[in-house]
Design a protein around this ligand. Structure first.
Ligand SMILES: Nc1ncnc2c1ncn2[C@@H]1O[C@H](COP(=O)(O)OP(=O)(O)OP(=O)(O)O)[C@@H](O)[C@H]1O
Ligand SMILES: O=P(O)(O)OC[C@H]1O[C@](O)(CO)[C@@H](O)[C@@H]1O
Ligand SMILES: [Mg+2]
Length: 354
């Protein structure tokens, strides 16, 4: 009897998901002749009255390496741990499908669900996915490089218009409570000010940088992570989704910063919120390679029978970590991170008082 393995993508989509699906499937088909079952719409495909699935063969994963999004669809609502009945129905569907294991490609929420289901007896291998790069135990998740490339290009485009008009341009990135995207794209795009959720910014310090630059270079580029907040202030919440266990949707901090900065400056201040454009489109070559490695590694874990673990990258090496060790917390930028030092030393402001 060949192995029969399910695979799903959960949470927000992310460039590189299809590359993982392709690598898991090809690796399992080639190396052990497994049957691979694609599950639609995240855990939603196992929670309905009947499973929503389709078999994945070689042809169905050919040509998807460079495609953004996920051919399986995803959900950031479907949660089989919401009730005991939902959990039982999910496990019953997995059992009826004859799944010996499930590959869950997702972020923190999906890994929390994966951990819960694994504790109820379903063997699981996790693959970390997020443009935010904030999953505990993994130093780089696929999708992050693509998001950084998109934001970097946006900053470059804002530079020419900022310079022409002598304006302060603010660009807001995604990232939730972690500033990785803002930090790396800010450095790569030559932002003058980088504001992160990890370091509360001093509005007067930011204004002072803009005024000094107005004398010298006429314009200022500010890159701000959506979770950043001023000293003594609050994060900017865009929406509250009551049916989600992670109900806060951040967003709009660039507009809040613009409103605070404009009265302090003579020049015009404009804000750009990049939003989901950072999550869409084709993965970069780096993300295609990383996602392929992650997918293949997940297949190896399955063939070795190493379950209830998530694939990781640590110190540049592929490995795995127990699901129980990744479900708590968020991997933020450490305050002693070398890139923060580099930024300060080359004169990039992190919004700290002079
Ligand atoms: N702490 C948690 N415990 C259990 N379930 C959770 C938790 N957080 C979120 N979920 C559920 O996990 C699913 C996916 O969560 P979420 O939308 O946060 O995606 P994710 O996999 O964490 O990816 P990302 O946050 O990067 O979009 C949703 O169904 C959500 O209801
Ligand atoms: O797609 P949604 O539900 O608006 O979620 C947006 C959030 O998801 C992410 O894109 C990925 O976690 C965050 O950076 C962002 O805050
Ligand atoms: Mg999440």
């Amino acid at each position: 009897m060949p192995l029969r393995i399910g695979i799903l993508t959960g949470g927000g989509d992310c460039p590189g998901l299809n590359a993982v699906i392709r690598a898991v499937t090809k690796s399992l088909l080639r190396q052990c002749g497994a049957e691979v079952i694609g599950i639609h719409d995240g855990f939603g495909g196992l929670m309905g009255p009947a499973p929503h699935v389709r078999p994945l063969d070689w042809a169905s994963v050919s040509g998807i390496l460079m495609r953004g999004g996920t051919i399986l669809g995803t959900s950031n609502r479907a949660n089989p741990l919401r009730s005991e009945a939902d959990a039982e129905r999910t496990l019953a569907h997995a059992h009826a499908l004859g799944l010996q294991a499930l590959v869950v490609i997702g972020g923190d929420g999906s890994m929390a669900i994966a951990h819960g289901l694994s504790q109820r007896g379903l063997p699981i291998v996790g693959v970390p996915k997020t443009i935010d790069n904030d999953i505990v135990g993994c130093e780089r998740s696929f999708g992050f490089d693509t998001a950084v490339a998109t934001v970097t290009e946006a900053i470059e485009r804002l530079q020419t218009t900022a310079e022409s008009h002598g304006r302060v341009m603010i660009v807001e990135t995604m990232g939730r409570y972690a500033g990785w995207i803002a930090l790396e794209a800010g450095i790569a795009g030559a932002a003058d000010v980088i504001l992160l959720p990890e370091i509360d910014y001093d509005i007067d310090a930011v204004a002072a940088v803009c005024r000094a630059r107005a004398q010298r270079q006429r314009y200022t580029l500010i890159c701000i992570g959506e979770g950043a907040k001023p000293v003594g202030g609050e994060r900017t919440v865009q929406a509250w989704l009551p049916d989600s266990p992670d109900p806060v949707r951040l967003g709009g901090v660039a507009h809040a910063l613009r409103a605070a900065l404009q009265p302090r400056l003579d020049c015009e201040v404009r804000a750009t919120v990049l939003g989901h454009v950072q999550r869409g489109g084709a993965p970069t070559p780096f993300d295609r390679v990383l996602a392929t490695q992650f997918g293949n590694e997940a297949a190896q874990l399955i063939m070795r029978g190493e379950f209830n673990r998530m694939v990781t990258l640590r110190d540049g090496r592929l490995g795995s970590i127990a699901l129980s060790d990744v479900v708590h917390g968020t991997r933020q930028v450490p305050l002693d991170h070398p890139l923060l030092r580099t930024a300060r030393q080359i004169g990039v402001s992190l919004g700290e008082p002079a």
